[in-house]
Design a protein around this ligand. Structure first.
Ligand code: MG
Ligand code: ZN
Length: 214
């Protein structure tokens, strides 16, 4: 019974997501759904990415959090349009939440809209928002067992950004296993290793992103 309810919710969500997708397509904006567990560094990656691309493409951001507007304040400091959604307890964004804030963003003027999802490795991967691509961020502090434990996130994502690689000398983490397991779940996934602290790997990530959205 519970499974049936879940399926109905997902079906209803998918209909709204299709509506969002049409709005985004008509506006000519590429929409990226950025997902990770809490603390993997989504907002920091987004800040470093925006700094590197904002002279070339018009970026907007939707921030999703259970509570608070810390992330929106950080993005606003970069002078790009941003809206904060507070889910009030829900552990993921859904298509209806996205639909309800679209009037607050200059959608038609944007080239790229990044939706930073609520920090959670589970259900954000299951709820379509109308995005063209999902990107997963996994920090090496989370351990190399995560792709096989949370497969859907890696199966659904077009790219995986492995973050905080500057911490490698201090951790017993097998980054090659993360890569291997992610590819076994999703052979076409693109993988980047980055450190937002040192800047390592960010050029390759940004170059790929610019090519992908153009
Ligand atoms: Mg964040
Ligand atoms: Zn959830």
């Amino acid at each position: 019974m519970k499974l049936k309810v879940t399926r109905n919710i997902l079906t209803a969500n998918e209909k709204i997501a299709e509506g969002n997708q049409k709005i985004f397509a008509d506006a000519g904006v590429f929409v990226l759904n950025l997902m990770s567990s809490p603390g993997a560094g989504k907002t920091t990656l987004l800040e470093e990415t925006i700094k590197r691309i904002k002279d070339r493409v018009k970026v907007g951001v939707i921030e999703g959090d259970i509570a608070g507007e810390d992330d929106a304040i950080r993005i606003d400091a970069l002078n790009v349009p941003v809206v904060q959604i507070n889910t009030g307890g829900a552990c993921h964004l859904d298509a209806n939440m996205i639909s309800s804030v679209l009037d607050d963003l200059p959608i038609t003027a944007l080239d790229l809209l990044v939706i930073e999802n609520v920090g959670n490795l589970v259900c954000p991967a299951e709820f379509k928002l109308g995005e063209q691509m999902k990107v997963a961020v996994l920090s090496i502090t989370e351990g190399h067992d995560k792709p096989l434990k949370y497969p859907v996130m890696f199966q659904e994502s077009g790219a995986l950004v492995i973050s905080k690689i500057d911490l490698k000398p201090f951790l017993d983490v097998d980054v090659e296993k993360i890569r291997r397991d992610a590819v076994s779940l999703n052979p076409s996934i693109r993988i980047f290793e980055v450190s937002c602290k040192t800047g390592e790997g960010l050029d390759a990530w940004v170059a790929w992103l610019l090519t992908t959205i153009s």
